[in-house]
Design a protein. Structure first.
Length: 141
């Protein structure tokens, strides 16, 4: 207890120690208990688990594209990040389906319009092919 009191200058009161640790936390962080499974989940989502240099308490930083570093230390923040990732994935899938539908519609439109576009050329194509056939059967001398 005396060693703890010297180290922390707050004595052995756990709540005071927690407040001291909280005061050393990076901005936007809070202390939280997590299970080893939760730590694995945070790491699987890109969290670093790197220990804070002053306290040795792990912090799970996640780098997000186009966003500043997000610090994940509570289940609510973790859930928020997971929901954002899932929302982005769902939006991407929606865009891919929409683009595929648009592409199929364009192909269908082209297949229907192609005969209409070629119809005016049919007499010229017929004349050209007829001349070729005639020249094959009756070569010029």
């Amino acid at each position: 207890m005396a060693t703890l009191k010297k180290m922390t200058r707050v004595g052995a009161d756990v709540r005071q120690i927690a407040r001291l640790l909280q005061s050393k936390a990076p901005e936007g962080h809070m202390l939280a208990y997590i299970t080893p499974e939760e730590a694995k989940l945070l790491k699987s989502q890109g969290g670093s688990g790197k220990e804070h240099e002053d306290t040795g308490i792990p912090s799970f930083e996640v780098g997000a594209t186009g966003m500043d570093m997000v610090m994940i230390s509570t289940p609510l923040l973790r859930l928020n990040l997971l929901l954002r990732v899932q929302t982005c994935q769902m939006f991407h899938q929606h865009l891919m389906r929409h683009n595929l539908r648009l592409l199929l519609t364009l192909i269908n439109l082209l297949l229907h319009l192609l005969p209409l576009l070629l119809l005016p050329l049919l007499p010229q194509v017929h004349l050209f092919l007829s001349k070729k056939l005639i020249s094959l059967h009756y070569p010029q001398q």
